[in-house]
Write a protein that binds this ligand. Sequence first.
Ligand code: G6P
Length: 490
Amino acid sequence: MPSAKPSSDKTTAYGEFEFIVVSNRLPVDRVSTTDSSTWRRSPGGLVTALAPVMSKADGAWVGWHGAPDESLDAFDHDNMRLVPVPLTEDEVEFYYEGFSNATLWPLYHDVIAPPEFHRHWYDSYRRVNERFAQATAAVAAEGATVWVQDYQMQLVPKMLRAARPDLKIGFFNHIPFPPLEIFAQLPWRRQVIEGLLGADLIGFQRPSDASNFLRCVRRFVGHTVRQQQVQVEVEEGGPTYTSRAEAFPISIDVDQIITLANREDIIERSKEIRRELGNPKHILLGVDRLDYTKGIGHRLKAYEELLADGHVKVEDAALIQVASPSRERVEQYRLLREEIEGAVGRINGTYDTIKNTAIRYLHHSYPVEEMVALYLAADVMLITALRDGMNLVAKEYVAARTGNSGALVLSEFAGAADTLRQAVLINPHDIDGLKAAIVTAVNMSPAEATRRMRIMRRQVLQNDVERWSKTFLTALQEGNDDNPQEAAHA
Ligand code: G6P
């Protein structure tokens, strides 16, 4: 990427942006009508948290716009420059569906599904990461801050540092980082570790993710590690810089959820949901991407047994399961859909009456307004992930419960369990334990539910996504004091 390379020659073509986010997807969705198309901000806390930093700091976002074989010019949206990176149809198959979602995703989630290792998938991942790094280098101002997001982009920090040593580079991994014994399977483990170490600061969800990573650094690349700091040599025997690995648990846009939870029409909608279900005594809710990491099958098994044992009666309780479509061309996701839909069909066939349905299964995505209405309608929220970086649904449910009622059943394998200690914590593999936790949650006294929810709400309200991004970016700036960026010497 010669044109973007800095040197002491001040005519070098730096870009104009001081703050750049890099992620696989741009934070917008295309809305098409018959003769035109526009862009709409996609739901999710990350873009909300970063929007103020973006508009203040001349921000740009580098990412894929979601369609294959299409090159688009950069454009402005919501006070930021969006820089679309094109992907071919093959790259969608090899880099995105393949290496990102059929190699790294299962590997990083405790190999719940078997990861596949294919050399041509890795080659595509490397090439696409290089393209993202180049696109970023081309728009970054001298000394700019770049924040690279998630497992699809792990080689970008090193590539970017090589091209632009003047930049401050942060990386945040939204998913777990696996234990060494599992990570060791990856044929490209050294490249991935070195790719990440290109960042000045590497953020993880849980302290255990950061320590897993540091163990892998010690074992596979042999740099000096002191506590959370790694001394990285740019070339053998050459100067070193420090890369740090730390936990920064992500959160949600709390204000947005609370504002919606207080809106009259949304409160009314939540009552309507209850009425439409026939006013059951208990509404239980699951909200997940249809992903094998979410433990939806374990949840259904427990619920089926509760119906069979008579601890839950179809006349009294309704379970709503929202399973939003995800990665539908990846084999393991297809298999999962068949399995879950088979189970729902079997359970409903056995326990439904003409009047009552055991499980309302909804294979849709809903706007956030409808999600908040569901949170308000649900007496019990079920989160049974087998492994989850954080699980923001848990935090959204808690934020939405403005009246401090409702019970949260939460897997100890979700990052959210580190802080939401007053949830009914479960091991989803222990079906008897899960059943007992559901019964506890359904029968929890209002006083006990309020006591727990108050503490959890305080936790979530004090730690929203804006605080998360500020904490990370402050740590990135401060950490750089002993890491003079190279352009400063030029
Ligand atoms: C997880 C990942 C994100 C990803 C999202 C949706 O939350 O951490 O990086 O964007 O899933 O998955 P998708 O493959 O549709 O982008």
